[in-house]
Design a protein around this ligand. Structure first.
Ligand code: PRP
Ligand code: MN
Ligand code: MG
Length: 183
């Protein structure tokens, strides 16, 4: 698939699987007592988080409910502006719920920083973030991220939900894109 477009494999299918098992055990332990109040609510950020969201939900040892949001940054396509527009909002109220935002990657951190403020204003019982990948720039903005799968170098990565121009989301692993593809 995508012959020649992928320069290298950054995170293998097996490494993703192992990391999700690890995160699920940790999250399961952390939310064991909250479970008595209500089911944990996973909020996936479309579209990148879809693969991670579905695999994580199935690996978690407690019941979860699934919600999705779609957001888009205003401004240029190449750099996040930090101004975010809601394309699809949550279907229900999250007041009093234990909410875990599920992201595939935190790059500049601007999307997440906006999302945290937005969801916090809806008064959830708790609000945390799990991301499969995080890039170095993300640590420069103050986004509290409780669960991080992998810290990765500042390279253009695709696969397992991550796209370049909507392609490569269907790859089962995470790889770096050959610069010739976007040159
Ligand atoms: C990507 C990624 C994160 C966000 C991270 O989504 O899935 O949601 O960008 O970038 P940031 O930390 O710099 O804000 P994108 O907007 O490309 O939409 P997609 O998930 O549909 O691909
Ligand atoms: Mn996204
Ligand atoms: Mg994208």
């Amino acid at each position: 698939m995508y012959d020649g477009d992928i320069a290298s494999t950054l995170v293998t299918e097996q490494a993703i699987r192992d990391k999700i098992a690890e995160l699920a055990a940790q999250i399961g332990a952390d939310y064991a007592s909250e479970q008595a109040e209500s089911d944990l609510l996973l909020v996936g950020v479309l579209k990148g988080a879809v693969m991670f969201m579905t695999d994580l939900a199935r690996a978690l040892p407690l019941p979860v409910q699934l919600e999705f949001m779609a957001v888009s940054s205003y401004g240029s396509a190449t750099s996040s502006s930090g101004v975010v527009r809601i394309l699809k909002d949550l279907d229900r109220d999250i007041a009093g719920r234990h909410v875990l935002i599920v992201e595939d990657i935190i790059d500049s951190g601007l999307t997440l920083s906006w999302l945290l403020k937005n969801l916090e204003s809806r008064q959830p019982a708790s609000l945390q973030v799990v991301t499969l990948l995080r890039k170095p720039d993300a640590v420069k903005v103050d986004v509290p991220v409780k669960y991080v799968g992998f810290d990765i170098p500042n390279e253009f990565v695709v696969g397992y939900g991550l796209d370049y121009a909507e392609r490569y989301r269907d790859l089962p692993f995470i790889g770096t894109l050959d610069p010739a593809v976007y040159a």
